[in-house]
Ligand binder design. Sequence first.
Ligand code: DAU
Length: 234
Amino acid sequence: MKGVVLAGGRGTRLRPMTDVMNKHVLPVYDEPMIFYPVRTLIDNGISEILVISTPEHIGGYIQLLEEEFDADFSYKVQKSPEGIAHAVRLAEDFVDDRFAVVLGDNIVIDDLSASIERFEASDSDCMIFLKEVSDPSRYGVAEVAGDEVVDITEKPAEPETNNAVIGLYLYTDEVFDRIPDLNKSDRGELEITDLNESYLDDGRLTYSVLDGEWFDVGTPDGLLKASRFVAEDA
Ligand code: DAU
């Protein structure tokens, strides 16, 4: 399985730092943020990795990642931040069959091998990962009934559940037939939640519950919490 790390976007919640630098080089304790999603892939046996970032910042990632990791990296530019699903579409030439997407501001510390194996053995085209949180309205949220996801909503004002949909997704290359059918949201982006909802509507979506640690470090609070966790764990 190949992997894709999305490190574009605007990083507005981490201004003013992100006015002059890309969010994913900001430190989580003593390492740049992007090391974590890259390590999530490598630690789970995925070493062919496409990194997608902005035209201004992609060069810095080549330097950072090639020096740190012994993996097979490719790089691609997302010219403008038109959404997570828009960025996923840029992986079309890189991907052949099943692949993982991880958001560059998500820290996922868990053994994902059982979930990856389950996805690979299934006839499902999309697997999302859920984690119970106390502040679900900041995230995509999934409602589960029995073994099935029955609803996914992006940042609902009044969430029905505490299940955040974390920034880690498994797809087949069939995803590239779906993304062109998405419409931009009110914030002008192709939303990952709309993409995942299309799988839900077609009965093609499965989920896994994350046992390990998860941090969205796209906000000052998230960055502080993750840095503390990493420092204490070091
Ligand atoms: O962290 C998990 C959440 O991530 C999910 O629960 C939400 O469903 C999902 O929409 C996303 O929400 P955010 O508001 O946190 O997404 P954000 O715009 O911060 O983008 C997350 C990462 O995706 C960011 O680190 C960079 C990358 N990205 C984002 C956009 C909009 C790109 O590479 N290109 C883009 O155009």
